[in-house]
Design a protein around this ligand. Structure first.
Ligand SMILES: Cc1cc2nc3c(=O)[nH]c(=O)nc-3n(C[C@H](O)[C@H](O)[C@H](O)COP(=O)(O)OP(=O)(O)OC[C@H]3O[C@@H](n4cnc5c(N)ncnc54)[C@H](O)[C@@H]3O)c2cc1C
Length: 381
C-alpha cells in the first residue's frame, strides 16, 4: 500500500485533497501528500484586481501548510522536476523523491514566452500573487505611465482595464495603456457582441487596441511591432499565452500544443495516474476544454473519486462529463460581459456575478470577507 501524491496545491489539487480528507476512513494507511513549489495557494481570478490595487494581495493568498494540516493532509513545499510513472516515483528539486500508489497531476499552467528569451527578460507577467503585487508596484512607481500589454485574451484585457482604472483613480491625466493582439480582434473565441462590448468599455478607459499586430522586437526600453510601430520607454507586460510547467512538457506522454496531458474519459494518462485542471487536456466534442476554475474543480472530484473506487475494489470508473456554466470577462470599471448558462450577461450585473463567484470559490473566511470587502469598497470609490 503506497501513498496518494497530488502535484500542485491550486484549485484542482486542493479540491482533490478535500475529497480524500472527507473520505479518510476509506484510504486505509495511505497518506495523501500535496506537493507545491509555492507555500501559498493563489486565487488567480482576482490577480488582475490586485494589479489595479482593487483587491489586496493578502486576500488572495492562503497558507497551504496551515490549510492542509487542518485537512490532515501532508504538504511538501518543493518543486516537482520529474515523474517516473512506471517506477511510481515523483522527483523533487530538493533532491528527494516520493513513491506513490496513485498520482494526480494538478500543476496548472504558466506564462508561455514561446522560447523568446529577450521577451522573457524584459517583460512582466501575471502567474502568481507575487507577480500581481510586483506589477502594481512597478506601474505605481513608473514615472512615464506608459504600458504595452501583449495579448488581447481575457488576461490581457483584464490587466489593461485594471491598470487604466488604477491610473484614473490616482488622477494621472496623461497615461497610455495599449493592448497588442496578433489576431484580427481581441478575446478570440468570444461572440462578436461581447468583443464589441469590451472594445467600447476599454475605449472608455482610454485603452488602445492594436489588433492584427505582433511583437517583433523587445529591448530594455523599446517594443517594436510587426507593423513597424515603436513604443519607447514603455512598461511591457506579456499575457499572450500559457503552457504547462517544463517538467510536464518533458514527460513522454501524449500532450497537446500547450503541454497538457491528454487524458481518457476517466482522466487517466497512465495506470493509477490522473490529471486535472489546466494540466489535463480533456477533449469535448473534439475540442480541448478551455482552462477554467469550474473544470478544474469538477475534474479533481472525478479523479479523486476514481482513486477511491479503485481502492474500494469497485467495478468501473466514473466518466468525466464536462458541464460548462459559462464565462465572464470582468473589467475594472464595474462592467463585465459573457454568457452564463444560455443567457447573455453584461454590465454591473455581470460584474457583481463574477465577484460573487470569486467570494464563493475563494478559501477561508479571511479571504472571502477580504475579497467581499474590497469589492464593496469599489462601489464607493
Ligand atoms: C490572471 C488570471 C485570471 C483568471 N481568471 C479566471 C476566471 O475569472 N475564471 C476562471 O474560471 N478561470 C480563470 N483563470 C484560469 C484559472 O485560474 C485556472 O484555470 C485554474 O487556476 C486552474 O487550476 P489548476 O488547479 O489546474 O492550477 P492552479 O490553480 O494554477 O494551481 C497549480 C499549482 O501547481 C503548482 N505547481 C506548478 N508547477 C509545479 C511543480 N513543478 N512542482 C510543484 N508544484 C507546482 C503551482 O505553484 C500552483 O500552486 C485565470 C487565470 C489567470 C492566470
Amino acid at each position: 500500500m503506497g501513498d496518494i501524491v497530488i502535484i500542485g496545491g491550486g484549485f484542482a489539487g486542493l479540491e482533490a485533497a478535500r475529497v480524500f480528507s472527507r473520505k479518510r476512513s476509506k484510504l486505509g494507511s495511505r497518506r495523501v501528500i500535496v506537493v507545491d513549489a509555492k507555500p501559498t495557494f493563489d486565487f488567480l481570478p482576482v490577480l488582475p484586481d490586485v494589479c489595479g490595487s482593487f483587491v489586496s494581495k493578502e486576500h488572495v493568498i492562503l497558507d497551504l501548510r496551515e490549510y492542509l494540516e487542518a485537512l490532515k493532509v501532508n504538504f511538501e513545499n518543493d518543486e516537482v522536476i520529474n515523474i517516473d510513472a512506471d517506477a511510481r516515483e515523483v522527483f523533487l528539486k530538493g533532491g528527494r523523491s516520493l513513491a506513490f500508489e496513485f498520482l494526480i497531476v494538478c500543476c496548472g499552467s504558466v506564462t508561455n514566452f514561446y522560447g523568446a528569451a529577450e521577451i522573457e527578460r524584459h517583460a512582466l507577467k501575471l502567474d502568481t500573487a507575487d507577480d500581481a503585487a510586483a506589477l502594481l508596484n512597478t506601474v505605481a512607481t513608473y514615472p512615464q505611465k506608459k504600458i504595452v500589454i501583449a495579448g488581447g485574451g481575457y488576461t490581457g484585457v483584464e490587466i489593461a482595464s485594471s491598470i487604466a482604472a488604477f491610473l484614473r483613480r490616482k488622477k494621472v491625466k496623461k497615461y497610455s495603456v495599449n493592448i497588442v493582439e496578433k489576431q484580427d480582434d481581441i478575446l478570440g473565441p468570444l461572440p462578436q457582441w461581447a468583443k464589441d462590448y469590451c472594445r467600447i468599455n476599454l475605449a472608455a478607459l482610454r485603452v488602445n487596441i492594436y489588433a492584427d499586430s505582433s511583437i517583433k522586437e523587445v529591448t530594455e526600453n523599446r517594443v517594436k511591432l510587426s507593423s513597424g510601430m515603436e513604443f519607447d520607454d514603455y512598461l511591457f507586460i506579456w499575457a499572450a499565452g500559457v503552457q504547462t510547467p517544463k517538467f510536464l512538457r518533458d514527460l513522454k506522454f501524449e500532450k497537446d500544443t500547450q503541454g497538457r496531458l491528454v487524458v481518457d474519459n476517466y482522466l487517466r494518462f497512465s495506470e493509477g495516474c490522473f490529471a486535472a485542471g489546466d494540466a489535463a487536456c480533456f477533449k469535448s466534442k473534439g475540442k480541448a476544454l478551455r482552462m477554467a476554475v469550474q473544470f478544474s474543480l469538477a475534474q479533481a472530484d472525478v479523479a479523486a473519486g476514481n482513486i477511491l473506487r479503485i481502492i474500494a475494489g469497485k467495478k468501473g470508473l466514473i466518466k468525466y462529463r464536462p458541464c460548462d456554466l459559462g464565462l465572464l470577462v470582468p473589467m475594472a470599471n464595474r462592467k463585465a460581459c459573457g454568457k452564463i448558462l444560455f443567457f447573455r450577461v453584461w454590465g454591473i450585473f455581470g460584474w457583481a456575478l463574477h465577484y460573487i463567484m470569486c467570494v464563493y470559490r475563494s478559501i477561508g473566511a479571511k479571504n472571502k470577507f477580504g475579497i467581499l470587502r474590497d469589492c464593496l469598497l469599489r462601489f464607493f470609490r
